[in-house]
Write a protein that binds this ligand. Structure first.
Ligand code: FAD
Length: 418
């Protein structure tokens, strides 16, 4: 994932080494996602054992469900030792650091292995103007930091951390009777998002807008589409996210692309399966509307992989990021790139995994010369805890991530004779 333009200060020596390596070796590099020796070469025996303990714990859904709320309350109310325990366990596995500065060693270590970082300030939903502006400033600091670091081509923005959920929900309902205050609030949100994207465009940094719950997603789509219209004329600065666990999103991806083509801008598309499945189904059942989620996991996989094919078919005018830990989906994109003879490091063809997860995919893709990045969450423990708890619960309930991760770690422990 290359930067669109902008100054480069750090990491240039590492970049030269990487480019040399890619130029000389990629053509015959094969992907080997089972190679645990390569995957975990950056971890000491102690660190590997610590990861094994953590993933074993997360693999027990009932335990995670008991410990998660306890962890949340303990950190929130500053109980003695709570922050320390959090930092020593789940935080150090999944978070880059408490600040941008503290995350730099993690960024550098990833880049040494040819992996870029996507900066994600770990703030969850907020409720006050003051907090919204604070988050906007943090994201803008991230954009400035990215502009100075070749290793960081993208910064994440989560819109619900910059506006009230109730406002986003209200603006989704066409017949809602908005008060003048609500209109002012909405205009303030638009100004925040515009300030971020304007700075990003000036500095040549890309912005990934996360996808969220379906009852606010139409509003997010409207906002992000406006930003794409404005900033994606020449190159792709703004990316929207498409959740293929929704049965209507493949069509929406195609419609978004057709609209962009008609109106003369480029589409940025981050593809995910989706993180809020249980919440979506529960709410639909409770309020008696039909669930937006696919009928089964096979349907999700099918649409996700069709979306990958679609993005590859139109890669010249559609920049995509395959944001997934699913091995088949990653292999599919790598295979299509090979079959079509496209450059593995084409700026419009990207992969991304979360920091602390699926290193076997990330490091192997990087070594073979594909554009791959880690979503690197950073922020103070209190701020990031809700994100971490969500990750732990999601992982143990709806995805196969933890089991997969644990299997790989155990294999490597065995190989090392530990
Ligand atoms: C870099 C990155 C960025 C992300 N950004 C976002 C984001 O902006 N918004 C967001 O919502 N999520 C986001 N996610 C999370 C993502 O949506 C998934 O929850 C997570 O990655 C697991 O999916 P997977 O593709 O890795 O594959 P797998 O682990 O193979 O698939 C698990 C996923 O399949 C789906 N699924 C499981 N069971 C069923 C079922 N019975 N019926 C239908 N579907 C089912 C669910 O989406 C589940 O998460 C992101 C993930 C990554 C790696």
């Amino acid at each position: 994932m290359k930067k669109a333009n902008g100054p480069v200060k750090d990491f240039s020596h590492i970049k030269a080494v990487i480019e040399d390596h890619i130029a000389s070796t990629t053509s015959d590099l094969k992907l080997d996602f089972d190679n645990t020796e390569k995957t975990f070469s950056h971890l000491s025996d102690g660190e590997l054992k610590r990861s094994a303990r953590l993933f074993s714990l997360m693999n027990k859904a009932w335990l995670t469900n008991i410990l998660s709320p306890l962890g949340m309350i303990s950190v929130k109310y500053g109980l003695p030792g709570a922050e320390w325990i959090m930092k020593k366990t789940i935080y150090s596995q999944f978070v880059g650091g408490t600040s941008l500065l503290a995350a730099e060693p993690a960024i550098r270590e990833l880049y040494r292995r040819r992996v870029s970082s996507v900066l994600d300030y770990g703030a969850e939903a907020k409720n006050e103007e003051e907090d919204f502006n604070f988050v906007m400033k943090e994201i803008m600091k991230g954009v400035e930091f990215a502009a100075r670091n070749e290793a960081v081509p993208v910064v994440v923005a989560k819109i619900s951390s910059m506006a009230r959920n109730k406002l986003l929900e209200a603006f989704q309902q066409e017949d809602y009777d908005y008060t003048p205050e609500m209109r002012t609030e909405y205009t303030s949100l638009q100004k925040r998002l515009n300030a971020i994207c304007n700075l990003a465009a000036k500095l040549g940094v890309k912005i990934f807008f996360d996808a969220e719950e379906s009852w606010i997603q139409d509003t997010l789509d409207k906002l992000v589409t406006k930003l794409m219209e404005r900033y994606n004329k020449e190159k792709v600065i703004v990316y929207n996210t498409f959740q293929l666990y929704r049965h209507d999103r493949l069509d929406y991806l195609i419609n978004s692309h057709e609209k962009a083509r008609r109106e003369g801008y480029l589409l940025g598309a981050k593809l995910v399966r989706g993180a809020y499945m249980n919440k979506e189904r529960e709410r639909a059942a409770e309020l008696g509307y039909s669930s937006p989620i696919q009928p089964n996991i096979e349907a999700t996989h099918k649409d996700f992989n069709t979306a990958i094919r679609y993005c590859l078919d139109h890669y010249e005018e559609l920049a995509s990021c395959n944001a997934s830990h699913n091995r088949e989906s990653v292999e599919l994109q790598a295979r299509l790139i090979e079959e079509r003879g496209l450059p593995r490091n084409h700026d419009h063809l990207n992969f991304c995994q979360l920091y602390g997860m699926s290193d076997n995919l990330t490091f192997n893709l990087a070594e073979a010369g594909y554009n791959v990045a880690k979503y690197l969450v950073y922020g103070p423990v209190t701020e990031v805890t809700p994100y971490l708890i969500r990750r732990a619960q999601e992982n143990s309930s709806v995805t196969g991530d933890v089991g997969r991760e644990l299997g790989m770690i155990r294999k490597e422990l065995k190989r090392r004779g530990l």
